[in-house]
Design a protein around this ligand. Structure first.
Ligand SMILES: Nc1ncnc2c1ncn2[C@@H]1O[C@H](COP(=O)(O)OP(=O)(O)O)[C@@H](O)[C@H]1O
Ligand SMILES: [Mg+2]
Length: 332
């Protein structure tokens, strides 16, 4: 690939060599068994960049489509870390594809195709970096509310419950412990605040922002999707403690957009280690969290990088989440 930095990863030595002097962000990673790319930022100069999020770069394709590219960036505490996670973008993309297919009877989605050979001609020269980590999606008018569903009491839900006995205005039974399973999944919407931190809102506040009909529709659909997916995941040994959906309006109607039920948009817990009464180990980000705690990062920019072994082990966990949930190896 042109314009690439070569970073060599030698698994035996657990070493990733990263030349310090270059700002370039597409890198080739080789291990003793395979070579793959760690993509921190896309660089398609002749395409029109539409938006760039913490993890994804989006390009405008014609009037009504987007090229949706998952990089290998990883964020923690709302900041993108300086190190990428090998294969992460591919895992996020492939897992979303798995769930889009699994859920297609319940929720129409924004996917047009993830088959690079069917992408428009102007994208064919980028086929190699796009394969496996990208999708062509229908551009949607996004509804600016994060549709969060919680089946377990954790994170900001636990914090709210401890002080008020409620989460997003929903009264819960007393005496619940951290990470307890809730009597039934609850819909706890949030707004995407400009600061980057999401803000929990009540259902009534959502109604004021989005209207009653749409809010009820999104609530019922979100809970149904969560329940269907969580029931399945449990049979595969993964608890989906909570998750976040984003919906958008298209010419064809309301669609499930963004990524779906990935480790980045959800809390995945290994079922065999589930022990309510405290925080649970994260299936995928535990090594990252432990490391950031250990170095006592003040959670202010600049975000630190990760040691190679933390990046490598995190990569393995992302891949494991995919294989465990789908029953298939990550497609080559
Ligand atoms: N079909 C779509 N049309 C337009 N925007 C979309 C669509 N699907 C997802 N998005 C937006 O694309 C962005 C995805 O990039 P990401 O890196 O995940 O962003 P974030 O940092 O907000 O999580 C999000 O802002 C999301 O709202
Ligand atoms: Mg996102």
């Amino acid at each position: 690939m042109e314009n690439c930095l070569v970073r060599a990863i030698d698994k035996r030595l657990a070493l990733i060599k990263i030349p310090d002097d270059s700002p370039k962000t597409i890198c080739t990673v080789t291990s003793s068994t395979q070579t793959f790319d760690v993509l921190l930022q896309t660089d398609f100069p002749d395409l029109q960049l539409y938006a760039s999020g913490k993890v994804r770069d989006l390009y405008k394709i014609g009037n009504d489509r987007l090229l949706f590219v998952a990089t290998d960036r990883i964020s923690a505490f709302d900041y993108v870390l300086a190190t990428g996670i090998p294969q992460k973008g591919r895992v996020l993309t492939q897992l979303s594809l798995f769930w889009f297919d699994f859920l297609k009877g319940i929720a129409p989605n924004h996917l047009a195709t993830a088959d690079v050979r069917k992408y428009p001609a102007e994208l064919q020269k980028y086929a190699a970096p796009l394969r496996g980590r990208s999708m062509l999606v229908v551009k949607a008018d996004m509804i600016a509310i994060e549709c969060v569903v919680r089946g377990y009491l954790s994170g900001s839900g636990w914090k709210e419950y401890k002080t008020s006995g409620e989460v997003c205005g929903i009264k819960l039974p007393s005496g619940l412990k951290e990470s307890d399973k809730l009597p039934q999944p609850i819909f706890t919407p949030a707004t995407k605040a400009a600061s980057g931190h999401d803000e929990n809102i009540s259902f009534d506040q959502m109604v004021k922002l989005a209207g009653r009909d749409l809010s009820e529709q999104l609530r019922d659909l979100s809970v149904k999707i969560y329940q269907t997916a969580a029931d399945y995941a449990e049979t595969r040994g993964i608890i989906i403690a909570d998750t976040k959906f984003e919906f958008g309006r298209t010419a064809g109607g309301l669609v499930l957009a963004d990524e779906v039920l990935t480790p980045d948009s959800s809390r995945f817990w290994p079922k065999d280690r589930y022990k309510p009464g405290g925080p649970q180990d994260s299936f995928d980000k535990q090594y990252v969290r432990d490391y950031l705690e250990a170095i006592k990062w003040n959670k202010q920019p600049p975000a630190p990088g990760l040691p190679p072994e933390v990046a490598a082990r995190t990569s393995e966990k992302y891949i494991e989440a995919y294989t465990q949930l789908t029953g298939h190896p990550l497609p080559a």
